[in-house]
Design a protein around this ligand. Sequence first.
Ligand code: SF4
Length: 172
Amino acid sequence: PRLRLAISSCLLGERVRFDGGHKRDTYITEALNAYFDFVPVCPEVAIGMGTPREPIRIVKTSQGLRARGVRHSELDVTDPLRQFGEVMAEELGDIDGYILKKDSPSCGMERVRVHGTGGAPSRTGTGLYAQVFMARRPWLPVEEEGRLNDPVLRENFFERVFVHYRWRQIGA
Ligand code: SF4
């Protein structure tokens, strides 16, 4: 059987972004799809935000980091994004890796912009869906599409994916 990787849907060319666009990554769709089956996940669409939609961003608040609307800060989707991370960490039991969309306030693995009360945003955040997912599945290999352009990081990721696969077969 081919290995299965979960992936942020927009990277496959699905028009699920807030503006109705996508972020198709040709390395993924033209090279990697020869070797892997992809399981597309768009957390923002899955929690019912629709497309197109209000863009969100991570904001530092007195209740911690929250995912809020850029134009309408009363829109707060932190809890549904986190809950969806819990659900998918359970549901995606048969994947051996996850490719996440960089910089996304939902999917980003690291260095996501965090907006404070003033000044420039700091690049210290993790997407709120991705954060919960990764915490629940600490042994699952995870990468961002941008980092897969680096041959060393790419090789390292696929090695971890194959090790995870073999380990899962033994455990099954
Ligand atoms: Fe959906 Fe994640 Fe892509 Fe945003 S980055 S459009 S939440 S899959």
